[in-house]
Design a protein around this ligand. Structure first.
Ligand SMILES: [Zn+2]
Ligand SMILES: [Zn+2]
Length: 282
């Protein structure tokens, strides 16, 4: 499984010289297997614009899976040029919540935006996804509801038979209680998603020391992401959904300040390419 990291920011894009190494685009990953072009996209933040470049002039044919519908996970949709062309074939899936197209139209239609989802070119299907196990294109996907704030939110576990990743981009475990370290419990859904994965990509918008002041914002501390990886037996954790004010130097310091442990920890950076289940890492 190849994973292209296309957007790593939470909340809103972060342009500017202080953000160039980790990148300013909001949440988006592109996945492929067996040397094929990307066919599964996790979230459609502004980073989805990078996926068109990965396709080198070809249309996108595959699935976009939205973990939830906040702006930083959806605003790239109408700017995904490889999906907005007559020969594109896109299945868009979002956490089930009534009329899926109607829900999308609430943020994507005049007067908020010039066109509605029906105005996207190509063949688009838009549906709700229920929690559980799904076969989606080349991948096996487990969807589980996780606590966040303001709308139904799923975490995903994606496997292709050789590699596996868990994606919990926006996660507020502290909503379920303090847990062992005051950062939230390692609850059943989070453990099931991250169980033994090669790579856990997890919300790290805050640091533990900041959490009390921002606990109502719906996000995790980086220290929780590392603790979950250890508790679930994940091999590696990639800190994700960086606060839009967190500069490159501050992300470096955040990673350096984490206590050494058994799990390899690094911060997600736009442009990373990760090969899971064998193959070189770039
Ligand atoms: Zn977010
Ligand atoms: Zn969110």
């Amino acid at each position: 499984m190849r994973v292209w990291v296309c957007g790593v920011r939470g909340s809103t894009p972060a342009p500017g010289a202080d953000f160039t190494r980790y990148g300013g685009h909001t949440s988006c990953l592109a996945l492929a297997r067996d040397g094929r072009p990307p066919s599964l996209i996790l979230d459609a933040g502004t980073g989805i614009r990078r996926v068109s470049a990965l396709l080198e002039g070809a249309p996108f044919r595959g699935t976009i899976l939205l973990g939830h519908l906040h702006w930083d996970h959806t605003q790239g949709l109408p700017f995904f040029s490889a999906g907005d062309r007559p020969d594109a074939e896109v299945d868009l899936l979002l956490p089930a919540q009534g009329d899926a197209i109607g829900v999308l139209e609430r943020f994507m239609s005049p007067p908020h935006f010039p066109i509605a989802p029906a105005g996207l070119r190509g063949t688009w299907s838009i549906d709700g996804l229920e929690p559980g196990d799904h076969h989606i294109g080349d991948f096996e996907v487990l969807a589980r509801e996780i606590p966040h704030k303001g709308g139904r939110t799923f975490g995903f576990r994606v496997a292709d038979g050789t590699g596996s990743l868990a994606y919990l981009s926006d996660h507020s475990p502290v909503s379920l209680g303090p847990g062992p370290a005051g950062l939230g419990p390692y609850h059943e859904a989070a453990l099931a998603l991250a169980d033994g994965v090669d790579l856990l990509i997890h919300d790290a918008q805050h640091r533990a020391a900041e959490l009390t002041a921002v606990a109502g914002f719906g996000h995790s501390a980086a220290e929780y992401a590392v603790g979950l990886a250890e508790a679930a037996g994940a091999r590696r954790v990639l800190l994700f959904h960086h606060d839009p004010t967190r500069t490159d130097a501050e992300i470096d310091a955040l990673v350096a300040g984490l206590a050494p442990g058994p799990v390899e920890v690094s911060a997600a950076a736009e442009g990373m390419i990760l090969d899971l289940g064998g193959g070189p890492e770039h």
